[in-house]
Design a binder for this molecule. Sequence first.
Ligand code: ZN
Ligand code: ZN
Length: 373
Amino acid sequence: MTTAVPATFPAMDVAGRLPRLRERMGEAGCEALLVTTLANVRYLTGFTGSAALLLVLADGLVLSTDGRYQFQSAEQLAGAGVEAHIAIGKVPAQREALAEAAGAVAKLGLEAANVSWARQRTFASDWFPSAELVPTEGLVEGLRRVKDEGEVARMAAAAGIADAALAAVKPTLAGGITEADLALALDTEMRRLGASGCSFETIVASGPNGAKPHARPSGRRIGQGELVVVDFGAIVDGYCSDMTRTVSVGQPRSATLARMVEVVAESQQAGVDAVRAGQSAAEVDRVCRDIIAAAGWADAFLHSTGHGVGLDIHEAPTVSATSDDTLVAGYVVTVEPGVYLPEHGGVRIEDTVVVTEDGCRPLTLAPKELVVA
Ligand code: ZN
Ligand code: ZN
């Protein structure tokens, strides 16, 4: 098996993230934070299990999980250089360990976007009755915006796998393959090349289906001269890639289709060119949107221009008209304008780029040529 994944990646400074989180906790007015979002637990400890709670104290760290992860949790935290007390057991035992560790905490932060109302009530009445629970938002997610070298290397590898997978399956397009079979071929190829999975359910939308930005692959056969929107990504060591290409088997069958591709390509390139540290995310969106509006298709650009990518396929910041985010070097964002016309089809072109001081570096490098054999 040929894998496109390097044998080693630059190390991630996982333990170095905690002091920065503690600063943010202080600013948010909490002495301790109960991290319930699994991607955040992973980011802070290296633990990849499917169930865990992480209590971040001013001077300590407690990870609780169940027996399935007894050995894995110890291994992964040691591997990441993170020191923590690990509490293993069923829910009551975990509650006891966390409650005891948080016994002296007066203000305990919860991740408001992740804790359900029911769970918050349980935490308040049964788990931490003596603490004031403070709703917090984006404390860990704020740190996750800026990727370090190790994270970017993983995302670049994921993007490289997606590039190679697309190149490998492209020749099958001309044979009248179905959307679902093309999606399966892409997914299989990404796994073969070393991805642990897909970043999200692969989108292959041909002809009229392309007008639905998130169409599911169907049994529809891809025909000559139709546009096909292919949006997909790979996961490497937890990190996602995200890329869309629009292709046509032979020349597009109408002048409108050809024009749609031209306009979106121009919009997308202008958006990528607008990305740099210090730029407002809303401005990147405006640059893309203006070009599409000038072509008369303002209402056919049905979504925002982009989003952050990392451990989650969609994460902060947002690249939209209403975003108040300013781009910072090390952010990884997508630029993915599109035009969707029900009577014709759809076009979307998407790159994932790393923001740099004076511009950006694309991670998704697959050629953007429209016509496949
Ligand atoms: Zn995408
Ligand atoms: Zn995207």
